[in-house]
Ligand binder design. Structure first.
Ligand code: FAD
Length: 423
């Protein structure tokens, strides 16, 4: 693209795992695709997340009882779930939607079923990519061990695990002794664990680079440093995108900008209730004992992912919108929380800190489909804690919808129009 306008078949806005996966699936169907990323591909929330490919944890954010459990945490700046107190009508309306969505166990069950299906397909897709990609992204299916410190939480975890089990997510319950044998790094007090043997993990940023490499080979044009600033609209369609790299006249547009969907959505006259939920990851050297697979410290909500050369610790969920500032107190709370349970290196030795914004809708389900009131505007966003584990499946679903194919997954639970409607 130059300083004069150019046309293309499909423009995808946003180069995170969701935009890249969608671009790849569209290119595989012979479509000419230009992906516009304002920064560099894969450097948004998809960069430093925990790297878990865990259908066992593919669940809507809003779940029955979640709001009640989270309330005592809300004002504690070191808790795993935090909202900075502020007067904001959009935050209040988001929270109301979240509380209401979490009240229906049936709705939650449907959400779990839809996300597990998408996630199972996605993990297989990552495994295929790992076999053929020249970019090594540390894919391994070594399972996930969710460790519990209280019997009540373990019982609740087993109840949740039973929900996903019939969808191909097997699990076994470990006694404290089995936990110590399976993962000797776990030395803190615990009452047992749930082991999910089929879960996988990878290095997230390299996984997205591998996907982007595959997309380029399939013919996708990736433009970095191309920020979409505004759009010219007709009655029912997007006509032109105005970007920092010129004008683009695509026949179809996909909005895949994660936590920025609310602000950029306004350029398309959409009022998407998207909230960024900030989380942190710490990369630190391995200690004397290496975990064999992923570990979740269930009550502390800390995820541990063992890479070849470093240990990744990730956690906290702070509803902040688009604020990317780093709160060191919360970073230290993750390190301290992990050190209380694991035999690991001195957490003050950490080498890297990363933060990202999980894109969260009030009902905690992704939005994948056509935007209401538009012929040619599509949306794929709101993947909250599941973007990596459902990204390629989400790309497949949207590409199938856009190309008029029978979708592999039921699109109803992901209907974008429930929030994305032209005003
Ligand atoms: C601490 C943490 C741990 C996590 N762990 C996991 C995990 O283990 N497994 C898992 O599945 N998920 C995990 N997640 C969630 C996962 O990271 C997200 O769901 C996923 O990255 C969202 O992808 P995305 O493509 O929608 O957004 P992003 O990766 O944020 O991509 C959006 C892109 O849009 C670009 N953009 C924005 N505005 C514009 C514009 N105007 N023009 C052009 N480009 C624009 C941005 O620069 C960005 O690159 C975690 C998240 C966090 C924070």
């Amino acid at each position: 693209m130059s300083d004069h306008s150019s046309s293309c078949d499909i423009a995808i806005i946003g180069g995170g795992v969701i935009g890249v996966a969608t671009a790849l699936e569209l290119a595989r169907r012979g479509r000419s695709v230009t992906l516009l990323e304002r920064d560099r591909v894969g450097y948004g929330c998809s960069f430093g997340n925990c790297g878990w490919l865990t259908p066992s944890l593919a669940r809507p954010l809003a779940s029955p009882g979640q709001a009640r459990k989270a309330l005592p945490w809300l004002l504690d700046p070191e808790s795993p779930f935090y909202i900075k107190p502020r007067l904001s009508p959009s935050l209040a309306s988001w929270l109301l939607g979240f509380v209401l969505a979490g009240r229906s166990p049936e709705r939650f069950r449907r959400g779990v079923a839809a996300l597990v299906e998408l996630s199972n397909w996605t993990v297989d897709a990552w495994e295929d990519l790992a076999l053929r990609s020249p970019i090594h992204f540390g894919y391994a299916r070594h399972g996930l061990l969710a460790v519990f410190e209280s019997q009540k939480s373990l019982d609740a975890g087993v109840k949740l695990a039973r929900l996903s089990e019939p969808m191909g997510v097997p699990f076994e319950v470990f006694t404290p002794e089995q936990v110590r044998q399976h993962e000797p790094i776990v030395t803190g007090p615990q009452v047992g664990a749930i082991h999910y043997p089929r879960d996988a993990h990878c290095e997230p940023e390299k996984a997205v680079f591998a996907l982007a490499d595959e997309a380029r080979r399939a013919g996708v044009t990736i433009l970095e440093g191309a920020e979409v600033l505004s759009a010219d609209l007709d009655a029912d369609s997007v006509r032109t995108l105005r970007t920092t790299r010129g004008l683009l006249r695509p026949r179809q547009v996909v909005l895949a900008v994660g936590a920025w969907s609310g602000s950029l959505g306004r350029a398309f006259r959409l009022r998407i209730p998207m909230l960024g939920a900030k989380g942190y990851a710490i990369l630190m050297p391995h200690g004397p004992i290496r975990p064999r697979g992923s570990i979740l410290l269930a009550e502390r909500k800390i995820g541990i992912n063992p890479h070849d050369h470093v240990l990744r610790l990730a956690g906290t969920l702070e509803l902040v919108g688009e604020d990317l500032s780093v709160n060191l107190r919360r970073v230290q709370a993750i390190a301290k929380g992990a050190a209380g349970m694991l035999e690991m290196a001195d957490p003050s030795e950490h080498v890297q800190v990363w933060r990202g914004l999980r894109p969260c809708t009030p009902d905690g389900m992704p939005m994948i489909g056509r935007a209401g009131g538009y012929q040619n505007l599509w949306v794929s966003t709101g993947h909250q804690m599941t973007g990596l584990k459902t990204g390629p499946g989400s790309g497949l679903l949207l590409a199938q919808l856009m190309c008029g194919e029978k979708p592999t997954f039921d699109p109803a639970p992901f209907r974008a129009e429930r929030y994305a409607r032209r005003i």
